[in-house]
Design a protein around this ligand. Structure first.
Ligand SMILES: *Cc1c(COP(=O)(O)O)cnc(C)c1O
Length: 221
């Protein structure tokens, strides 16, 4: 058995355990295996272990790996978890099944146009900058609810939930709690939150999607 396969088994068990602790079902939490910087060969170890849901943070890099893998494995679900430039919208809509980083009007508009042109079903998340960090993407918490409403009502986008990346040096819990509260106000159900270091905490706060990379593939160097 490969190390990746062993790690996946452990992470899946941790997800089930964390869910049980909060009276939730393990099956209510989707594991997104984050494969950014890892090679096609490394990703194949996860595919061989039965994993089908993956996350990448760059459109270009994803194009260099996933079209080949999709020819070999059916039912792959690919999530874009990194920032989206409006000039990459067409490529992003063509390759990905979900985008977690809708965070401004320009992107919402560009996505609406491409999704309609390509006639594609896409799951979309609005990214919230819960720590209000100037260098980080995401809409400010105070603007999040109104922005979700605009996305849904004006752009007719299928916003299913919210996503956040808490500040690196802070405790994640309060950020996850804030995201859950905003989702409730915005009337969206899904919460994309939690990475290798804090996915158990995220599950406690209601995560529906956890994004785990290094705990499965190892360090990115
Ligand atoms: C890289 C990345 C992850 C995974 O991080 P790990 O610490 O390796 O689990 C999750 N979410 C986003 C947005 C990322 O860019």
């Amino acid at each position: 058995m490969s190390v990746v396969s062993q790690n996946l088994t452990e992470i899946r068990q941790s997800i089930i355990d964390a869910a049980k602790k909060s009276d939730r079902q393990g099956g209510d939490v989707e594991l997104i295996t984050v494969s950014k910087t890892f090679s096609v060969e490394e990703i194949e170890q996860a595919l061989e272990a039965g994993q089908r849901v993956f996350g990448e943070n760059r459109v270009q890099e994803a194009y260099s790996k996933w079209p080949i893998l999709r020819e070999k494995y059916a039912d792959i679900e690919l999530h874009l978890i990194g920032p989206l430039q409006s000039n990459k919208t067409k490529e992003a809509v063509a390759l990905f099944d979900a985008i977690h980083t809708v965070d401004r009007e320009k992107i919402a508009k560009a996505l609406a146009k491409e999704i309609s042109t390509q006639q594609k079903q896409m799951k979309l998340f609005v990214q919230v900058n819960t720590g209000e960090e100037p260098q980080k993407a995401g809409i400010a918490p105070r603007d999040a609810v109104a922005f979700v409403q605009r996305c849904v009502e004006i752009h007719d986008l299928n916003i299913c939930g919210l996503m956040c990346i808490p500040p690196f040096e802070e405790n994640s819990g309060p950020h996850f709690a804030l995201l859950a509260e905003l989702a409730k106000k915005a009337k969206v159900k899904k919460l994309s939150m939690g990475m290798s270091a804090d996915f158990q905490t995220a599950i406690e706060f209601g995560a529906s999607h956890v994004r785990v990379g290094s705990a499965i593939f190892g360090g990115r160097g």
